[in-house]
Design a protein around this ligand. Structure first.
Ligand SMILES: Nc1nc2c(c(=O)[nH]1)N[C@H]1C(S)=C(S)[C@@H](COP(=O)(O)O)O[C@H]1N2
Ligand SMILES: [Mo]
Length: 415
């Protein structure tokens, strides 16, 4: 099949939904088509396309799961100051919505603590509310899960379930003010248009949220653009929440409803062990009763070396210019340190202020090696509250969240 034609078909496939376009793509009848689960990729399509290709993502994204679709970005692809759309990781809990029509998209606001129930069209959101734009870090709570021992179930994220893109949209605060909130409001909960893997229409995939104080921050957005373009379908087109610095799961995609709650939101994946960690440290492998699990809020301080990629080879006497980003949830990164001797000694290196609150911060360092041989470069960020990244995997927890151990890369210096 000619490349262009294939690209076009692939886009159509994602835009209109898998099944709707599959028959025409094949050019023959889809016998028993009604029994194909909505997120199942027919073999005929999979044999000639990777999931990254189907989602218009960079070919080097790592496929962690194809049901639901989950793609991780390798560290060296995160080198851009602002993450390009095709390098942004994808974390889906269910099947992506199909046949999305931005022109008729409506957001409903309701809940016990809402003054009234309103429906606002995406059009009105764009035309009647002020536009705001911020660079915001979205990091999955399970980023780094693959290092926990005993292992935790779930997507085995390595380093790259993180992004920092330029998000544009309206402030959630402006929308909540327009609707009106009662004094007893404590939380907002979101609902999206994705569908449950079971195929059950009324089963909600994920419905999380944030306390009102986070919802009302300047940088809390209902976004309709990513890096100046419509959001890619896999990342929440046409409307998504973005809560920079908090677990990615709070940043609901394909948003069509927000409830203003008079209690902590209780949608699927708010309770039990989901996106929660033990309120007090536990021993590795311990079972923790649900009532001792606390909701993750701000993410911990962390950094990533994005250049060079691990395994770099240098000539003797050559110095190495490294680059990367650091972030600290709601806090600022105030110190960046580099070690080439397994943490025996650390050298401070400059870290830039964020372009806006909740954006990641860039660091650079020039590293010299005393002689030829094998080295590891370790990077360690500290927040303005004086909290540093641990050098080894931090507190074990049942679901494998919040691994913010120092990132390390291998470097070989030739004789
Ligand atoms: N509606 C909906 N929103 C969602 C999810 C989802 O499965 N459905 N996944 C969440 C999780 S767990 C993460 S980490 C982020 C990932 O955002 P991304 O796929 O745009 O990188 O989206 C969040 N928003
Ligand atoms: Mo996540």
């Amino acid at each position: 099949m000619a490349k262009n034609r294939r690209n076009q078909q692939r886009r159509e496939f994602i835009r209109t939904g898998l099944l709707a376009s599959f028959g025409s793509l094949l050019g023959m009848e889809l016998v028993y088509g009604k029994y194909i689960p909505s997120d199942l990729i027919p073999l005929e399509i999979l044999s000639s396309n990777s999931i990254s290709e189907l989602l218009d993502k960079h070919p080097e994204l790592i496929e962690l799961n194809d049901r639901p679709w989950n793609l991780e970005t390798p560290a060296h692809l995160l080198n851009d100051d602002v993450t390009p759309a095709d390098k942004m990781f994808v974390r889906n809990n269910g099947s992506m919505p199909q046949n999305i029509d931005a022109d008729t998209w409506v957001l409903r606001i309701d809940g016990e603590s809402s003054e009234r129930e309103v429906q606002i069209s995406l059009r009105d959101l764009k035309e009647k509310f002020k536009r705001h734009s911020y660079q915001l870090v979205i990091e999955c709570g399970g980023n780094g899960r693959n290092e926990f021992n005993p292992p935790a179930k779930g997507n085995q994220w390595g380093l790259g379930a993180v992004s920092c893109a330029q998000w544009t949209g309206v402030r959630l605060r402006d929308v909540l003010e327009y609707t009106g909130m009662k004094d007893d409001a404590v939380y907002i909960g979101y609902y999206g248009a994705d569908t449950h893997l079971s195929g059950k229409k009324d089963q909600v995939v994920i419905s999380r949220g944030v306390p009102i104080r986070k919802a009302l921050e300047d940088e809390s957005l209902l976004a309709y653009e990513l890096n100046g373009h419509p959001i890619p379908i896999a990342n929440g087109f046409p409307l998504r929440l973005v809560f920079g610095g908090w677990p990615g799961s709070t940043s609901g995609k394909w948003i069509n409803r927000i409830s203003i709650r008079n209690k902590v939101h209780d949608g699927p994946k708010m309770g039990g062990q989901s996106y929660r960690v033990p309120c007090e440290e536990v021993a590795p492998g311990e079972q923790v009763p649900d009532e001792n699990m606390c909701i993750i809020e701000s993410m911990p301080v962390k950094s990533l070396i994005t250049y060079p990629r691990t395994g770099a080879i240098l000539n003797s006497g050559q110095s190495l210019a490294i680059r990367g980003h650091a972030w600290a949830g709601d806090d600022l990164v105030s110190k960046m340190e580099i070690s080439i001797d397994y943490g025996q000694s650390w050298k401070e290196t400059p870290v830039l202020p964020p372009v806006n609150r909740l954006a990641w911060q860039h660091f650079k360092a020039t590293v010299d090696f005393p002689k030829s041989g094998y080295y590891e470069v370790w990077a360690k960020a500290s927040s303005d509250r004086g909290i540093s990244q641990p050098m080894v995997v931090p507190g074990w927890n049942p679901k494998g969240y919040l691994n913010n151990a120092c990132h390390r890369i291998a470097v070989k210096v030739r004789p």
